[in-house]
Design a protein around this ligand. Sequence first.
Ligand code: FAD
Ligand code: NAP
Length: 338
Amino acid sequence: MLQIRENVSLKNFNTFGIDVCARYFVEITHEDELTELFLDPKWLQMPRLVLGGGSNVLFTKDFEGLVIRMNIRGIEHRINHEEVYVEAGAGENWNELVNYCVGHNFAGMENLSLIPGSVGASPVQNIGAYGVELKDVFDSCRAFEIAAHQIKTFVKEACGFDYRESVFKSELKNQFIITSVKFKLSLQPKVNTTYGAIKNELQNRGIEKPTISDVSKVVSQIRVSKLPDPSTIGNAGSFFKNPIVDAAQFNWLKEAFPDIVSFSAGENQIKLAAGWLIEQCGWKGKVVGQTGTYKNQALVLVNHGNASGAEIFALSSQIIDSVYNKFGVVLQREVNVF
Ligand code: FAD
Ligand code: NAP
């Protein structure tokens, strides 16, 4: 029997540590419970919010609706010649899944080590780090269609994966609840060390032929040294996406700011490092009341104690304005604001 709780604090359910209240709150541990839940039309009529680990959300006010916390567990794998299919419940912790795969020598996810959050949220923004994106290892996912009361399978092509984007964040937003994700990994490890920081750290450790376990350890170590741990400083990782500009705008920027940090992002497309743009506007490590940006990475907004979501949101707006005024580039928020 589903337990629906009322007036639940979400402080422990978001990595910013914002203390807002959910009018209703339910935890889902099995796909069938979603069918049971939505048999009651009451839940179809009110605002709903699906929550995994709460590491990519900013709550700016109490949530006057139903929070659906995904806690479906279980990891299984099936080997098929050189490939392996790994399927995990939406409520599994992402990094525990990565550890499972690295531990079994299933290659492909190691660059995505130590990303916080749940498996179910991983397709939503096509999580990415250190030169690898979820779409590189994604096979399919199962998702509950709220209006139709049924489970649908999404293959990769149906997910509209793009840079920190998918259909679940855009045209199908709020329509589907991901219940499990299937990944296609390789039994023939081929490591990806193109990212400068990985290469340097492997060199420092004298590792010439890295295994996937080496890559996972190095990525984890870089992340620990560079990013704030949400259990001590509230944050949701990168607050903004890295902006993509066309060659004409880039040439103008490069002339005005010769040190600008940029990477090719396809034909006529250049990705700018948002952290660098924000730092150049003087924001790195700045403290504004109980909020601010992290001392080692200006792209990460932090809660120094008792900040409200509204204060963090206001800071993000100030940052957007100053980057626009200096560079003419509009930053987009990556974090989901409620
Ligand atoms: P939540 O924050 O709970 O939810 C995020 C969004 O997904 C919400 O809109 C929610 O409604 C929706 N959602 C959640 N679960 C489901 C579901 N089952 N079905 C449908 N919709 C769902 N991200 C990266 O891409 N790369 C990184 O390297 C990275 N590093 C980070 C480092 C730190 C320190 C932190 C705090 C965050 C970082 N993030 C990174 C952001 C975050 O970890 C990812 O976006 C992660 O996938 C969010 O998972 P979650 O379970 O916490 O999602
Ligand atoms: P970083 O290494 O300081 O690099 C700054 C930015 O430059 C990154 O955002 C990255 O873009 C880009 N970049 C660096 N080297 C690149 C290369 N060889 N090819 C293409 N792009 C390159 O970044 P960081 O903040 O420490 O983060 C390291 C990685 O973890 C990045 O991939 C970042 O996306 C990921 N991360 C994400 C979050 C999040 O919440 N989304 C939080 C922390 C870290 P990309 O971001 O496009 O890779």
